[in-house]
Write a protein that binds this ligand. Structure first.
Ligand code: THU
Length: 130
């Protein structure tokens, strides 16, 4: 599967985003090494703090289904922004925890253009060990 195809998987669910407060829909698709794709959208809450970002929705679903850190192959994030939408800092720390540090992450913009980065690039000097 190409990064563009993985982005399409995210774009296919972005309308399911529950974002009545921000009106800022986001979707994430994770490709696992067995070929499976797991998607997630942002799910907001009136308390704001209980909001879950698209990336964490997808990552936590993957864990729920039994996938491990080393099973992750690549990640694509879809939004409706003019710029390449990056993950928030909370999601970056969760990405560090649940994916290999060199996992490719494909950011995108409203035109469906891709920008490749990695978790290492998004989180230099990551806190990883206790
Ligand atoms: N959001 C995500 O889902 N992922 C990101 O990486 C950035 C922010 C969501 C959270 C909230 O529902 C909305 O976008 C506005 O911040």
């Amino acid at each position: 599967m190409t990064p563009q195809e993985l982005l399409k998987e995210a774009q296919n669910v972005i309308e399911n985003s529950y974002s009545p407060y921000s009106h800022f829909p986001v979707a994430c698709a994770i490709l696992y090494k067995d070929g499976q794709v797991i998607t997630g959208v942002n799910v907001e809450n009136v308390s704001f703090g209980a909001t879950n970002c698209a990336e964490r929705t997808a990552l936590f679903t993957g864990i729920t289904k039994g996938y491990k850190k080393e099973d992750v192959q690549m990640i694509a994030i879809a939004g409706k922004t003019s710029y390449f939408l990056p993950p928030c800092s909370i999601c970056r720390q969760v990405l560090v925890e649940l994916c290999p540090i060199d996992t490719p992450v494909y950011l995108s913009n409203q035109d469906g253009q891709l920008k490749e980065t990695s978790i290492l690039e998004l989180v230099p000097m990551a806190f990883t060990e206790m």
